[in-house]
Ligand binder design. Structure first.
Ligand SMILES: [Zn+2]
Length: 113
């Protein structure tokens, strides 16, 4: 299960970061891009399993969805993609590149000290 291994490495990273702060993690804030290939609901349930027996056993996971943003290589305009359709600029027809939406990163840790 893809999400379980992601949840495990997420917890490891949070434990490591919290160790430097000498606190207990209360909430993990995660930025999750729509193109990350990870389903938020699946990651949440994987997290519930993976946190058992770790220092994050009572820490909550808050997932902030990050929408996909593309930029046109032609006219340089940026737009948000409501769903994953073709990466062609509606204005000039040039190819677009993804500038945001692949995120899978811890945005912040809330600690209890
Ligand atoms: Zn364009």
């Amino acid at each position: 299960m893809h999400e379980l291994s992601i949840a495990v490495s997420l917890i490891e990273a949070a434990v490591e970061a919290a160790a430097n702060e000498a606190g207990t993690v209360r909430t993990v804030h995660l930025r999750l891009g729509a193109l990350s290939g990870v389903i938020a609901e699946a990651l949440e349930s994987a997290y519930q399993l993976a946190r058992v027996g770790t220092p994050l056993e009572r820490a909550e996971l808050m997932i902030q969805p990050v929408p996909v943003v593309v930029r046109c290589r032609g006219c340089r305009t940026e737009r948000e993609l409501p769903m994953l359709d073709a990466l062609w600029c509606p204005a000039c027809g040039a190819a677009e590149e993804v500038v945001q939406g692949r995120e899978l990163e811890i945005a912040a840790l809330e600690l209890e000290t």
